[in-house]
Design a protein around this ligand. Sequence first.
Ligand code: DP6
Length: 360
Amino acid sequence: MTEKDFLPKAYDAMPEEGKATWKAPSNIALIKYWGKHKGQIPANPSISFTLDACATTTSVHYEKKGPKKTDFSFDLFFEGKPKEDFKPKIQTFFERIEPYVPFLKGYDLVIETSNSFPHSSGIASSASGMAALSLCLMEIEKQLDPEMTREHFLRKASFLARLGSGSACRSIEGDLITWGEHSGIPESSNLYGMKYPFEVHPIFKNYHDTILLVHKGQKQVSSTVGHNLMNGHPFANERFKQAHGNMERLKGILADGNLEAFMALVESEALTLHAMMMTSTPYFILMRPGTLEIINKIWEFRKETKTPICFTLDAGANVHVLYPESVKEKAIQFIQDELVGHCENGHYLCDRIGKGAIKL
Ligand code: DP6
């Protein structure tokens, strides 16, 4: 598919008003997207677990507007209060997606959004937020084009979400989503995320992700800046090649349920992501002392007890602790006894692999 396939049909009639509400989850990448080309095209393929508890709920009320207003017209409320500082990001998003959702300029919109996770938890809400908003916009388009298939609806929602924030395209469906062209994944695309199409061993079916909130403040460097620093990065090409290789290896691991190999690959991906940050110009470090303490304790615990528990990192100091359902009690006990002390105010969130966004 190409971008053209996402241009809409001519609409006959536009509804006067209505409201769409969707809840979309966050996701955690196993193979990381880090580096992109113009138009939100990823420099390498990535794959993520869709999460369950960490989610954004967004509703969009739309009402036909007078012919005089020519620009986008929207009000934005975050957790019930007007949120002016989110507006430029939404404005840029609307400008990027306008050719694909031209009806947008025909409506006054009221966007209300809230997160299931605490405000300023240091958890990025851009993936779940852009996914939920894109699904609401698709809901409006579905009113205009009732024949639209479910497949097209979800695919275009992912396509739009990508234009808001790359990783958001992996927050539409569950439970394992891949994004970016890869020779070993038929029909994989740089334009949208898709369900991982191969067999997955049952050990991964109810995988847990306990998110340790090491640092809840604003990150020093945004993901967008970090991605751009991969342009001209001395190790970029090797990194992109490695991601392709890791995707091929992960296929085997997901099929046969080899947790040793899974943990090694996932941890290596996380540390490579941060190594790219540390070796870019300018260089930067998003991990905090607590991040390293937690990583070392996970390694020690794994060695001593042979419990299959590992970590991954997003572009920040927080640690995602991953483990299968079968060791849940042991893992939670260890997290509470040993790791929570390194979290800001002892805060952590218990999540697990999830099924994707839902319409409310
Ligand atoms: C480290 O999707 O936040 O979480 O496309 O600029 O919005 P933009 O970046 P974003 O980058 C996420 C990077 C990551 C890895 C990943 O989720 O694959």
